[in-house]
Ligand binder design. Sequence first.
Ligand code: ZN
Length: 342
Amino acid sequence: MDYLIRPQNTQKVYLSEKTLDVDDILKSNYDYIHDAIKKEGIILKAHECNLFKELVFDSKIVGFCSYDFSRQFITAALNNIYVLPEFRGNNLFLKELKKTMVEYNKPSIVEPTRLVVELLIRYGLAEKISDSLVASSLEFIIPGDHVLSNHEYKSSEELSTHFYDLKMSASIHFLDIDEGVIAYSSPLNYDIIHHDCLSARDEMNEEYLDEIREFFIKNDVEIKNAVRNLEENLPVKSYSIEEIVGVENEFSYYIESLIDDAHVTYDKAFEIKQQMIEEYEEGKILKESLLIRLAYLFDENKDVTIKSHTDKCPHCKMPVDNHDKYCHFCGINLNYNSGESD
Ligand SMILES: [Zn+2]
């Protein structure tokens, strides 16, 4: 095969504020990868992205991955990854995830297949907590219209979870563990073909979901610790308060771009900067949640958009999980207690 060559192993990256068409990029630049995907009968999970990266091995371009990427907030959700069959087994997926963590932040994964979850286990980024249940350090994101539930579910609400069930080939999440309300991802083509997940799901009934629920209740503390340990071992880039808000009277790169995007005045931006510094010094924000907090404070419509969960952040009322150290929406340290209500 005539592989495209990158002599220094340099990975070409396409990054755009606008949406990039994954098929178009593949067809016009990497026809052999496009053909291989078709030949394997793989259907791309996402057709759009705003960050597209080549995967390079031994100076050859042997695959690609794509992300939904937010430049200001350095959040990246992996929505496609593909490696040519003859180059699998070289840990290219792991290398890519680590690179993203070191350079930007911890990525999340949009609708992982069982294969992806099994790779995460092999890489030590996830672990089996029972015969069929998996806890992951990286979050799995399921678009609202691909979420199923044993109770009614507002289909517009995206699901984010650290848990996966290998038997069902599904990302799973308890919306209300006391009432036994569970949400899970709809079957993916890949899992239907390779793991016959439809028959497996046919055999799953309320009793099976009840067993999962009991397992989660019984092992609450252990599961919480498992997720935290996995997360703490990730090589995630750590930011200082100065990097996030800027030194002395200057604004950081992040604030500068937020001023442009959110049409915020310099006075308002300065107020937010001061608030960030104070909150950080009080312990109200953690190092890991600085960027989230910044984004939240610049966001002008702080509507509570997700309402299906029972556990809510006391500060912004958005969903939280018991293993969360900080709120993923407003960035407040969930162990912070000021002694006064706000
Ligand atoms: Zn919050």
